[in-house]
Design a protein around this ligand. Structure first.
Ligand code: ZN
Length: 124
C-alpha cells in the first residue's frame, strides 16, 4: 500500500477526490497487452485484460471486475446524474463508474476506469 505522499497529484485528484482524467489521455486507453490491472495505490487485483474492450469513450473499459469482491459499487448522484461509482474495496480509491451500455453479449456492463488508478501487471 502506497502512502498518499508517494502518489502523483493526478492520481490523488482522481482516487481521493473523485476526479476524472481527460478522455484519450490515459496511459491504458489503447493498451492491448495481456495481464492484470491492479490498483495503483494498494495492488488489489481489479480488472483482467481479457475483459477489456474498445468502447470508444477515451477511457479504459472493462465488462466486469476480476472479482466483484474486490470493488465497491456506490450510488453517485453528483453532477445532476445518477451513476454508479466504482471504488477499490481494499483502499477506497475512486476508480471510475459503471454504466449499462457495455457489450450485450458480455453482460451489458461498461466499467469506465481512469488509467491513472491502474497499474498493469503484464502476463508472464
Ligand atoms: Zn486499492
Amino acid at each position: 500500500m502506497k502512502k498518499d505522499d508517494e502518489l502523483s497529484q493526478e492520481l490523488l485528484d482522481v482516487a481521493r477526490k473523485g476526479g476524472t482524467e481527460a478522455p484519450f489521455t490515459g496511459k491504458y486507453v489503447n493498451e492491448h497487452s495481456k495481464g492484470m490491472y491492479k490498483c495503483a495505490i494498494c495492488g488489489n487485483e481489479l480488472f483482467s485484460s481479457y475483459t477489456k474492450f474498445e468502447s470508444g469513450t477515451g477511457w479504459p473499459s472493462f465488462t466486469e471486475p476480476k472479482n466483484l469482491e474486490h470493488v465497491e459499487l456506490r450510488d453517485d448522484n453528483t453532477h445532476g446524474m445518477h451513476r454508479t461509482e466504482v471504488l477499490c474495496k481494499n483502499c477506497g480509491a475512486h476508480l471510475g463508474h459503471v454504466f449499462d451500455d457495455g457489450p450485450a453479449d458480455k453482460g451489458g456492463k461498461r466499467y469506465c476506469i481512469n488509467s491513472v488508478c491502474l497499474e498493469l501487471d503484464p502476463e508472464k
